[in-house]
Design a protein around this ligand. Structure first.
Ligand code: AMP
Length: 418
């Protein structure tokens, strides 16, 4: 047997229904908020993420599925969607084409990480991006959208966490303050943090190494170093959150791993999920569109991990794949032929109907109907054919009645309304 690749998974019937629920709920909510779907390639130039996600990020340094293709070009499976959507936005001048460039994308992402519960090498994201709006009202809409999505999915134990990481005007002072506050402690941090202290000190807040935590807890907070415009923007975002009655916690540790974040950063956590508990992560990234060669436009968005949303859903009865509203059981060649015609008629009338393909006994056909959870079985034998009828058997009651063949579909639809 050839097994699936480590860190990838098959989403099987019985579980896929939960994915469909997440995706259809997200589609509905995104549509209500006026977001349009975009689909971009899974494979892109490596350069797009080196530049967009950031050369110094773990994603680019350690986790990309990058390779040289047969034409000698460096390409990669996308590790996240934002740079791809930014590329598409600029490449197709979506600003002109759309009244408001508010976009969403569903799809697989690839990161070569150590697999564990809630962390995979192929995982799936719902991604939302808005371009060209600087006002804090759009930050509030994005946070509200993420929060509403989680609520609509029925995930009760969620928490919104918010921070502001400033902008290129005020961040250097904060980075300097971090390095100064670390002082001699810098040498006692883990290897990754020592590297971060030099390349990108803010990233130290991402550290999960237990021994580093007491040192990190003493570090200054980005919100205390915001310049006047950044402070005003953040205050306004918080006023909206209060207005919308969205509960949230300020977290100075929320700097997020990617290079492009500016001002607002946020996450939605699920308290029940254990170590990998971030359902949604996002923030503002003014400057990225220009950095990637597009027009100088603001940007803001979030990504939600579909696997984690599915894990956090409230328990529901799990099915085992397709079910049927009605099963048609038949015995004998003429009855079987009539059964296939009837099933087709039912399906075309919008009823989910199943039939036995191989010639089998009634007993085994009833067993199959049972496994499909069909509440109704139409039975067709020589007698029914002779009388131009079907026998309708109510599986829960164990009762049966004769139904004129031309009335069979109507009988099914009427039963639905009962
Ligand atoms: P990021 O793009 O790293 O900000 O992640 C955004 C969201 O994607 C996270 O909050 C998770 O829900 C999800 N996510 C990120 N990495 C993985 C992974 N390796 N496996 C599963 N979900 C992930």
């Amino acid at each position: 047997m050839i097994a699936a690749i480590r860190g990838t998974q098959d989403i099987l019937p019985g579980v896929v229904e939960r994915w469909q629920f997440v995706e259809s709920t997200a589609c509905r909510v995104f549509d209500q908020y006026g977001y349009a779907e975009i689909r971009t390639p899974i494979i892109e130039r490596e350069e797009l993420f080196a530049k967009g996600t950031g050369e110094t990020t773990d994603i680019v340094q350690k986790e990309m599925y990058a390779f040289t293709d047969k034409g000698g070009e460096r390409v990669t499976l996308r590790p996240e969607a934002t740079p791809s959507i930014v590329r598409a936005f600029a490449e197709h001048s979506l600003e002109q084409a759309m009244a408001v460039p508010k976009l969403y994308l569903f799809g697989p992402m690839f990161r070569y990480e150590r697999p564990q519960k809630g962390r995979y090498r192929q995982f799936h994201q719902l991604d939302v991006e808005v371009f060209g709006v600087e006002d804090a009202s759009i930050d509030a809409e994005i946070l509200d959208l993420a929060w509403t999505l989680v609520q609509e999915l029925g995930i009760a134990d969620a928490e919104m966490v918010v921070n502001s990481v400033g902008c290129p005007a005020c961040r250097p002072a904060f980075a300097q303050a971090l390095v100064a506050a670390l002082g001699e402690d810098a040498a006692r941090l883990c290897e990754d943090c020592q590297r971060r202290a030099v390349t990108n000190p803010l990233r130290i807040f991402d550290c999960k190494v237990a021994a580093d935590q007491p040192i990190i807890d003493r570090l200054p907070h980005s919100v205390d170093y915001l310049c006047e415009p950044c402070r005003g923007h953040f205050d306004e975002v918080r006023r909206y959150l209060a207005l919308y009655e969205i509960p949230y916690r300020l977290s100075h540790r929320l700097v997020r791993g990617l290079d492009y974040y500016r001002r607002t950063t946020f996450e939605v956590l699920a308290r029940g999920l254990g170590a990998q508990n971030a359902l949604v992560g996002g923030g503002r990234y003014d400057g990225l569109v220009k950095h990637l060669g597009g027009p100088d436009r603001a940007g803001i968005g979030f990504a939600a991990g579909i696997e984690r949303l599915v894990l956090a859903l409230p328990p529901r009865p799990e099915g085992t794949g397709a079910r049927a509203e009605v099963f048609v059981a038949a015995l004998g060649a003429p009855a079987r032929q009539a059964a296939f015609v009837l099933v087709r008629e039912l399906r075309r009338a919008g009823v989910s109907a199943q039939v036995e393909y191989e010639a089998r006994s009634f007993k085994s056909q009833f067993k199959r109907a049972d496994r499909l959870g069909a509440p109704l079985v139409f039975v067709l034998g020589d007698d029914e054919i002779a009388r131009n009828e079907v026998t309708a058997r109510d599986m829960a009651q164990g009762t049966q009645e004769a139904v004129a063949r031309p009335q069979a579909v109507a009988y099914c639809l009427a039963r639905r309304r009962r």
